[in-house]
Ligand binder design. Sequence first.
Ligand SMILES: Cc1ncc(COP(=O)(O)O)c(C=O)c1O
Length: 358
Amino acid sequence: MTTPPRTVSVPSADAPQRPGVAEPVLGVSGAVGSTPLVRLDRLFPNSGVEILAKLESVNPGGSTKDRPALAMVRDALDSGRLAAGGTVVESSSGNLGVALARVCTSYGVRFVCVVDSRTNATTVATIRALGGEIDLVSEPDPVSGDLLTARLRRVEQLKEEIPGAVNLFQYGNPANPAAHAAGTMREIAEALDHRLDVLMAAVSTTGTIAGCTAYLHEHRMDTRTVAVDAVGSVLFGGTPAPRPLPGLGAGVVTDISRGVSPDRVMRVDGLACVVGARLLARREGILAGASTGGIVHALGTLVRELTPGSHLAFIVHDGGVPYLETVYDDDWVRRTLGADPVAVDAATDALSSSARRG
Ligand SMILES: Cc1ncc(COP(=O)(O)O)c(C=O)c1O
């Protein structure tokens, strides 16, 4: 079934913020961005730090990747690199795939998404439901042993096989960080009158943290940036090792990451992501994905170091429903991370009390 292309309206970077006022927009892509920023007072009570969460999970595709997906497709169409009726081939651990499936469908563009065996079944089904095609890579790259490297090789193969296929290359495309500068960070900064002490974001392509940093520099804000990366990710000088959860970290040093220097890099393992995500769900009722769990775990350490009264914002990169069979499933956690439910509960309690002052 083919869907007629249509013009998608996107909120402009300088559109006024009108919280609570929902004006009609053309198409679901018009609903990307302007996500809620919520104050959390139950996550680490008595920490003395004001903690704010930017709920990128409420974007139409369920993740912050809606922003770069829209920006990269529009940029490729505007520049003539991609035409309606053309094909986009992209490597994605899931969220970009979901976002691109919808955007490509609305522009009448074929979309082939290269995923690997760690991608959640729900995410794969979502991409298909939105009209995307799945190309599954199940063997790691023989040289690096990394699945992301294997996915990138597969993208190159598909580009040769499909005439005129375009790879948007989220790992180096300037439209990726630009979408976060013009959207994610601008919205946070404007909501807080440009007063923010710390920004925390998880990293993969590093598009989010790079775009946010660009906005902070441009507006001369002295906000400290904290990148939360996976143990096993090679970003920012990390040592390669297997990473059990999708979406966090990278097996290759991305082009975008070469131009960004976070003030601090905090590394989290799979169990930390599980513990952080479960604490966020139980304390604040926010069901988030693995990388956000990693942020929450790192936050437990960070809040103890911050001066009381500091303002900190973190990104909720995606929602937790696609992780119900992993992060939130005791059997998966036992099998994959070797932690039994009692130990996970104990670690969750320990995380919550570790941040208490006095
Ligand atoms: C689950 C998840 N974690 C982390 C990130 C941050 O990734 P990046 O560094 O590619 O912006 C994203 C981006 O959308 C994401 O979807």
